[in-house]
Ligand binder design. Structure first.
Ligand SMILES: Nc1nc2c(ncn2[C@@H]2O[C@H](COP(=O)(O)OP(=O)(O)OP(=O)(O)O)[C@@H](O)[C@H]2O)c(=O)[nH]1
Ligand SMILES: [Mg+2]
Length: 256
């Protein structure tokens, strides 16, 4: 419990046999439920996760690989059914510093936000830690996501370290989540569309010597580009429609 609220952490994991036990054990003690969502890993990730000693641990498995976004949606649904007031996400690859979780959860529990997300760019020294291609990619996608969502105050759109309250969970689970790596952008777009309050919380970027990523940029860019373009057009279209709807009728011309 955190300030009297029930907290769940969703851990998406795909072929993380080397890191999953460490990740599960590192989840802070105030977390009531740890929900690992495996996706047909072939290296025993689910088995190792199940053996990890952690109060409130559950391991769910998809029957076929559905992607990290779909895994998080499965975890969110389970957190909601367990009665969690806040559901956070921590990746199964130990790239999220457990010391930052309290800050994210606190932003939501205090009522300041419906959705708190990590911002690694607010961390001093990020340029020394984050690899250059990630710095550039995250920077560009963050600006495009600002344009697409209208959340001009949030940055580091690709950071998956987040905490969501029940209002945000309901909005996210109201429709299918973008199943693969574009899911953080999809969530921000959908939360902005329902007027949810999102805030950035500085978190430490973690890229250890054994860092490896499942992201294939070339495969991700097409679907993510379309998602962002569509959201941008819809947002501009909605704004224009609102303006036209509200505009005063033209003043009658004086008789000639
Ligand atoms: N359940 C599930 N988890 C996945 C899948 N793909 C990736 N993940 C997990 O999602 C987390 C983040 O994936 P990464 O590929 O490391 O991507 P990232 O950390 O956002 O980005 P990097 O900066 O490139 O490391 C890790 O814990 C992965 O194991 C998937 O298809 N299913
Ligand atoms: Mg990673």
């Amino acid at each position: 419990m955190f300030s009297g609220r029930r907290i769940a952490v969703v851990v998406p994991a795909f072929n993380e046999a080397n890191k999953i036990a460490r990740t599960v054990r590192s989840v802070p003690g105030f977390v009531d439920h740890v929900i690992v969502v495996d996706d047909t890993s072939t290296d025993g990730t689910a088995r190792i996760a199940r053996r990890s000693q952690r109060r409130g641990l559950e391991v769910l498995s998809h029957e076929k690989n559905r992607g990290v976004g779909a895994a998080i949606a499965t975890g969110y649904a389970r957190a909601r059914s367990l009665g969690a007031d806040v559901a956070a996400v921590m990746a199964g690859d130990s790239q999220m510093d457990p010391a930052d979780l309290a800050g994210l959860v606190s932003a939501v529990v205090s009522g300041r936000a419906d959705y708190a997300k990590g911002n690694r760019f607010a961390w001093p020294g990020v340029c020394r830690v984050m690899p250059l291609p990630r710095l550039v990619g995250n920077f560009v996608l963050s600006h495009l996501t600002r344009l697409a969502s209208g959340y001009t105050h949030v940055f580091d759109s690709q950071c998956g370290y987040t905490a969501a309250n029940r209002r945000a969970l309901d909005a996210i689970l109201a429709g299918p989540v973008f199943p693969r790596y574009g899911y953080p952008n999809d969530l921000l777009i959908r939360l902005a569309a329902v007027g949810a309050r999102a805030v950035d919380v500085p978190v430490r970027p973690v890229y250890g010597p054994s860092w490896r990523s499942g992201i294939r940029i070339s495969r991700m860019l097409g679907p993510l580009g379309l998602l962002l373009l569509r959201a941008f057009c819809l947002r501009v279209g909605r704004g224009l429609a609102r303006r036209l709807w509200r505009s005063e009728p033209l003043a009658e011309l004086p008789p000639t």
